[in-house]
Design a protein around this ligand. Sequence first.
Ligand code: URA
Ligand code: URA
Length: 237
Amino acid sequence: MSELLINEIRETLASARSQFEYLSDLGIESQTAALPDANKDQQCTANAGLVESLDTIREELGDCQRCGLAASRAKLVYGVGNPNARLVLVGEAPGREEDLKGEPFIGEAGQLLDRILLAMGMQREEVYICNVLKCRPPNNRDPQPEEVATCEAFLIRQIAAIRPQVIIGLGRFAVHSLLKSRTPISRLRGEWQEYQGIPLMPTYHPAYLLRNPEGKRDVWEDMKEVLRLLSAEGDGS
Ligand code: URA
Ligand code: URA
């Protein structure tokens, strides 16, 4: 058997196991997830050339000094994943581990996020993951409005470059910043909103789920809505 095939089988098994674990955490016995087509790499890039690329935006950020967070950050956390992703996930801001590595959602909350994605039949590499703020606030304090205002201009451009079919807003802070809303996250979650003309599903933050595992069932309901919309939209090819 070729190594490629063995790896593929291994990944499929890992994905099935993760989905099973996340669902069984919820007390859900049977697997109900609709698995969308996993291979979006060849997604049409007809807009290439008209829209600036993620690399161009990253270059412009450079060694960003546009707000006070530059003084205390280790690394700027731009975002990772597929530049043609159909799904973009937006969190709040880098934490300690993310700040050290320069990559979003790699700590404990990030590992739970990976399991949620796998339960949806998706690999982390297939989606795009970023935050409202690109630099860690000291001691993870709440981001300030002027920090959000400065940084959001770049997030808007990243989303315009990717043009995903769906955005997931992770947690109260990200959702309030993106939607300019003050409605409690417990009321916003599960209801479609819009950001930059793209459907946005607000849901709880994985760090919140670590402290409140009973919220996982609601998040799974929200993820099923996301899968429904993605499968209704097709893969665009
Ligand atoms: N929490 C977030 O909101 N974003 C990260 O990147 C990590 C933790
Ligand atoms: N409170 C938060 O700050 N975030 C959540 O996701 C849920 C409750």
